[in-house]
Design a protein around this ligand. Sequence first.
Ligand SMILES: NC(=O)c1ccc[n+]([C@@H]2O[C@H](COP(=O)([O-])OP(=O)(O)OC[C@H]3O[C@@H](n4cnc5c(N)ncnc54)[C@H](OP(=O)(O)O)[C@@H]3O)[C@@H](O)[C@H]2O)c1
Length: 283
Amino acid sequence: MDQQVALVTGANRGIGLEVARGLVDRGFRILVVARSASKAEGAVRALRGTGHGPEPLALASDLGQLASVRELARRVSDSVGRLDALVLNAATAPARRTTTVDGYEAQFQVNHLAGYLLLRLLDPLLRKTAETHGGARIVIVASEAHRRTHIDVDDPNFERRRYGKVRAYGASKLANVLTTYALHRRLKDTGVTVNAVHPGTVSTGLLGGMFGPLYPMRFLFRAPKSGAAPLIRLAAADEVGGIGGRYFNRFDDVPSSEASYDRDLQERLWDLSEALVGLSGGP
Ligand SMILES: NC(=O)c1ccc[n+]([C@@H]2O[C@H](COP(=O)([O-])OP(=O)(O)OC[C@H]3O[C@@H](n4cnc5c(N)ncnc54)[C@H](OP(=O)(O)O)[C@@H]3O)[C@@H](O)[C@H]2O)c1
């Protein structure tokens, strides 16, 4: 039997690196996605000595460039014949409103649109894997921060509203949960499952960037390995095989925010995202 394959974005540090390590340990071949080739190769070096399978494959993709996401999907499809787990983990939280080369607000693009495009482009490979090997899984790393905000599909890039990094971050994480539910409907009977997960409050660069490197509470937060554990479970554990369309706060299957269940909002965001990534006419 050929080896199971998992792709992890933001796999060069923080929670993503530990997810990659945990999945290597479980026998997966890992596609390590990082912003640059040197970061991806650094992660592969860090993973050396973990597990007994083939070395992870380093793939560069700047999620702030949709062309780079398309190139990533092409390379994945050319490099592997199956994709058992897609872990959309990368995220950014810049202090000031910044725009990407595609002209979108950075958190909206990196945390939501890039993952949306990637999962749409890899959809055929995931479905084929599910058909041939009995299942495939998508794990979307969201956050409890999705509860404290709303998303304005008429102004997703904060052009007409005042930008706040925490607000924009929360909105991007709400987009993750809304997308999980909209995608779950579309994956019915395919064998591909999708779930959203909050990893806990974890001491990583992301929180440092949000609250400053010396933020005093950091010693109270989880280590990245602990933050990775619920993601690894959703990507690989038998006990959650076949479960989809759920929101997990770490290991607990809990209701997400009221706004996230708004089906009209889910569909409006889906259509908007499809148009913004240039997929309205098909992949
Ligand atoms: N930490 C927490 O307490 C917490 C809580 C709830 C949810 N989460 C979620 O957990 C996930 C992982 O976060 P983390 O805490 O591990 O953060 P982190 O240590 O800051 O890692 C973020 C990862 O995303 C990558 N990334 C950012 N912008 C990118 C871009 N333009 N192109 C490609 N990769 C990019 C980073 O790459 P670079 O190294 O190149 O920047 C890094 O690998 C995120 O989805 C976050 O929202 C975290």
